[in-house]
Design a protein around this ligand. Structure first.
Ligand code: ARG
Length: 459
């Protein structure tokens, strides 16, 4: 077995099982590029402050360039014996360039190295996430624009409540995703600080210039306490919490797509490429993708709890527990990214069925509140109006009619205040148009909100 970088003080080698148990290279090798990026910045800084000679620095640069090539071409030979991504790369560098490779780790520990790598890696992930969220929002805004006038039942308790437009419904999710973006952007500010220089836990005796390293790596500043820098993973927890919320929002939308697509509702159809059939029931077209989004939300929620639990019992500073931060974090990044990308495409491929939506509105007494408001505007106290309309609904239900289908004479039997003008408010369109204020479902408001989002998303 290859000599471990730290094996000098040990009398016996670790067993194969322990080796496998403690190694992280199988999953942290995906940080290889940022690990090299961090090492090059560290070496640049060491060279500029006079700790690393020009020759050594140049050797490190060219050695790392070769290694990066090998990694990108998939020919780098990762070894579990070398534990993690950091020691694999450092060993390879030393094999290539000799002693200069061994000098790279001057003034550095794997503890601040790994914290730096995760932050660099996650920063890239957050930037991708922000773009991907904007793509989903774009799909939703375009749907909202097409359907600013499309009436559908709004629900409470999954029962028809009041008419809304399908566009308004889509924009609700655009708002949620907007807050999600804000959370990621905010988390990014705390991710984007440099731990390097904290070394193992207490700092280092070399005359390092941490601000220089930070600038080279595009960090906004340095972590200002070395113990904190190497040990906390709150930034990863924060990201995962934001991801869990984003997944939760998409899970709610998925639940709605599933309901809307069920033949009982028939409000929408999802393009075939997001669905699968049944091996026994020939009539089936199942909404697999939304169902999996709903399912994978549980997985991301689980990662959040895993990371919180990982942190809660750790004394300062670094403990190996922290090696367990990567799999939940990476899986969160992957799951979120796949989900967002698939959603941006899926929402472009849904077919809206306005007739089915309108039929549902007309069957659910969705304009009952409008009738009550009508009576209130004519002087009746709201509670009395509520009562009168409730009786009218019961009557209409018995007659198997919608309120709008009752005659004026029938309606007047519930209140003498009712006149012919009532039919304007009993239609879904009248109900929609009346909710004409910021945040309301009136088509004019939906169009205005679409315009604001198009500007924000630079569409
Ligand atoms: N692979 C380790 C991790 O992920 C790197 C840091 C190891 N440091 C140490 N002292 N064992 O956290």
């Amino acid at each position: 077995a290859a000599n471990k970088a730290w094996s000098g003080r040990f009398n016996e080698p670790v067993s194969e099982l322990v080796k496998r148990y403690t190694a992280s290279v199988t999953f942290d090798c995906r940080m290889a590029e940022v690990d090299i990026q961090g090492s090059l910045a560290h070496a640049t800084m060491l060279n500029r402050v006079g700790v690393l000679s020009d020759d050594d620095f140049r050797a490190i640069q060219s050695g790392m360039a070769d290694i990066l090539d090998d990694i990108r071409n998939g020919v780098f030979d990762w070894s579990v014996d070398l534990e993690d991504v950091h020691m694999n790369i450092e060993r390879r560098l030393t094999e290539k360039i000799g002693d200069a490779g061994k000098r790279l780790h001057t003034g550095r520990s794997r503890n601040d190295q790994v914290a730096t790598d995760i932050r660099l890696y996650l920063r890239g992930g957050i930037d991708a996430t922000l773009r991907q969220i904007a793509e989903v929002q774009t799909s939703l805004v375009l749907l909202a624009e097409q359907h600013a006038d499309t009436v559908m039942p709004g629900f409470t308790h999954l029962q028809v409540a009041q008419p809304v437009t399908f566009g308004h419904h889509m924009l609700a999710y655009v708002e949620m995703l907007g807050r999600d973006s804000e959370r990621f952007a905010d988390a990014r500010r705390r991710v984007n600080r440099l731990p390097l220089g904290a070394a193992a836990l207490a700092g280092t005796t070399y005359p390092i210039d941490r601000r220089m390293t930070a600038e080279l790596l595009g960090f906004d500043g340095v972590c200002e306490n070395s113990l904190d820098a190497v040990s906390d993973r709150d930034f990863a927890i924060e990201f995962t919490a934001a991801a869990a919320l984003t997944m939760t929002h998409l899970s709610r939308l998925s639940e709605e797509l599933i309901i809307w697509m069920s033949p009982r509702f028939g409000f929408i159809d999802i393009a075939d490429r997001f669905c699968t059939g049944s091996s026994i029931m020939p009539q089936k077209k199942n909404p697999d993708v939304p169902e999996l989004v709903r399912g994978k939300t549980g997985r991301v929620n689980g990662h959040l709890v895993a990371l919180l639990t990982l942190m809660k019992g750790q004394p300062l500073a670094y403990n190996k527990d922290n090696q367990e931060d990567k799999e939940p974090l990476f899986d969160t990044l992957d799951t979120l990214s796949d989900t967002l990308r698939i959603y941006a495409d899926m929402m472009r491929g849904i077919t809206v069925k306005p007739e089915a939506m309108e039929r549902a509105v007309r069957q659910g007494f969705a304009t009952a509140t409008d009738l009550a408001d009508y009576l209130v505007k004519r002087g009746l106290p709201f509670r009395d109006a509520h009562e009168a309309v409730a009786l009218a609904v019961r009557y209409a239900e018995d007659k198997k009619k919608d309120l709008a289908d009752l005659s004026l004479i029938e309606l007047q039997s519930f209140s003498p205040l009712i006149e012919n003008s009532v039919f304007d408010v009993l239609t879904p369109d009248g109900s929609l148009a009346a909710r004409d204020h910021v945040g309301g479902t009136a088509p004019a408001q939906v169009r205005a909100q679409v315009a604001r989002w198009k500007e924000k998303l630079a569409l």
